[in-house]
Write a protein that binds this ligand. Structure first.
Ligand code: GDP
Length: 297
């Protein structure tokens, strides 16, 4: 699992802090420095690291930590709270309602895991929120992607709307919305086209789909194995489309993963799900506090 290395480093810092009865400013300085290096080494974006360590050190220098009876524990508590903040704060903010048509638009670069994640989310929300999903294949440029979604839908017994003859993703999305209403689905998940790189045509197309069907969620799928590039890519998608949430995939990999964790901070949009494997059940709702505990041990 990702973040093992990072976790180990935090554990070391914390156990050192716990052992000391009293702390002074230089102890805090040393610990902050170790944490900073650990985060940078895990590939957390440097701006995020800077802001994180600034908050921790400001709070740690104050009454809250140094003057407390258990300064080591207090320091750990501060780090924990700041980590939760860095990962997006307390709540999970996915908007779903049983009383309306929920429309999710999946966005991201090719290979990020959009198609797989669309199917995973449909399956998860059918189970956990009792929604009736319709999957929509709107990646008209890659017949293989349409085929892939059809296969996943079959496996899960979830209907998939597609139109092999159409080259128009806006029309496909509109039609899917109509069909969903007709057939009583309350969740439509649209798998859109991705490119290897962001380009104007892709953005325009996504923006057209967005305008015409007004999704309730625009979920950016980010490959957790990609490095700092994912931070820039996410910012670009967010600037152009106003994403509403992020899904981090491939967190089962053994890369450092810190870049992906930076996306919540840099876009100020919540991470709503994480993908933890290739199987269709390998998805979890994301909770900043749980992830912080996982990382901090
Ligand atoms: P798309 O091009 O964005 O639609 O990406 P796909 O859904 O086709 O996924 C690309 C590859 O990543 C596939 O081989 C998926 O099985 C794999 N994948 C997607 N999500 C995960 C995940 O959470 N963990 C792992 N290990 N693989 C994943």
């Amino acid at each position: 699992m990702m973040f093992e290395g990072l976790s180990e480093k935090f554990q070391n810092v914390f156990s050192g802090m716990r052992k000391k009865g009293k702390l002074d400013e230089s102890d805090i300085k040393v610990a902050n420095r170790e944490i900073k290096l650990a985060l940078l080494e895990a590939d957390v974006n440097f701006k995020v690291v800077k802001s994180f360590t600034k908050s921790v050190s400001e709070r740690a220098k104050g009454e809250e930590v140094l003057k407390s009876l258990t300064p080591g524990q207090q320091y750990i508590k501060v780090v924990n709270e700041e980590m939760v903040k860095m990962l997006g704060g307390e709540d999970q903010k996915l908007e779903i309602s049983k009383d309306k048509l929920n429309i999710f638009m999946m966005i991201g670069l090719q290979g990020a895991g959009k198609t797989t994640t669309a199917a995973k989310i449909a399956n998860l929300l059918r189970k956990e929120a009792s929604l009736s999903p319709l999957l929509v294949a709107a990646d008209v440029y890659r017949p293989a992607a349409i085929e892939q979604l059809k296969i996943l839908g079959k496996e899960l017994n979830i209907p998939v709307y597609f139109d092999d003859a159409s080259q128009n993703p806006v029309e496909i999305a509109k039609k899917a919305k109509e069909i969903a209403t007709e057939k009583g689905h309350d969740l439509v998940i649209i798998d859109t086209a991705g490119r290897l790189q962001i380009d104007e045509t892709l953005m325009q197309e996504l923006s057209d789909i967005d305008q015409s069907i007004q999704p309730t969620e625009k979920l950016l799928v980010v490959d957790g194995m990609t490095g700092q590039e994912s931070v820039n890519v996410s910012k670009t998608f967010d600037d152009k489309l106003g994403i509403t949430g992020v899904v981090l995939t491939k967190l089962d990999g053994d890369t450092r993963g810190g870049a992906a964790l930076s996306v919540a901070y840099t876009t100020q949009k919540p991470i709503v799900f994480i993908g933890t494997g290739e199987k269709l059940s390998d998805i979890e709702s994301f909770y900043p506090d749980r992830m912080a505990s996982r990382i901090l041990g």
